[in-house]
Design a protein. Sequence first.
Length: 263
Amino acid sequence: MTGIEDVSRSGKPAVVAHRGASEEMPEHTLGAYELALAGGADGLECDVRLTSDHELVCIHDRTIDRTSDGTGIVSEMSLAELRDLDFGSWHPSGKPASVLTLRELLTLTLDWRRPVRLFVETKHPVRYGSLVEQKLLGLLQEFGVASPPSADHSRAVVISFSSAGVWRIRRHAPMLPTILLGDTARVLGGSAATAVGATGIGPSIDTLRHYPDLVDRAAAAGRVTYCWTVDELVDVQLCADLGVRWLATNRPAKVRDWLVTVD
Ligand code: G3P
Ligand code: CA
């Protein structure tokens, strides 16, 4: 059985590729995720949104303007319309790329030659509200990963800044691990994570620098810590020192190398 211990190295944080290897390749593209996996990432992170025909696509922003050669609002466009656009050439690496669906990313993740975990972030507030979690759960069920034997053995983790979004997952798929993301220690150090049954908290690296005790407080409540976005050696060292469980980075291969050297 695949467990967290299978994908971590001697108690050090596991490396999650934030939007793929998104420093080297355009974020949320197949190439960015394949590069992250080839570089040894333990997990992959993606943001998801619903298209007008209710397909989950891996796009961070509300619009496609920054990351494609088109313009428009994701929720007002069909998957076919998105498929006609180039989501790669805007990036300095300069290669054309297609929009990536969550179905395609799940397939890549679950077919990879070693066990890898997928961290799916639902964005809120959005036009389709709770339909995002409904569609996400449907897809995870279809792939057979919505009811793991335990959170530790799950191939999928649902993460969100929205406590309502986390709760919807917890209520309908209680064995799936969930991370309540937060920009402030006030949110993550309080009772919010307990209220929605999150199995972990997700502070930014800036929040963690100011409130390092968040990790121990989460652990005392039985929760793990996922920290984002950790791209500098000094911050990787901090996460390792504090006992952060998952570290999300745009530079997965480099961070993996650094983790070999930190104590
Ligand atoms: O992994 C969490 C992190 O991605 C949250 O911020 O804006 O990059 O989605 P954002
Ligand atoms: Ca994200």
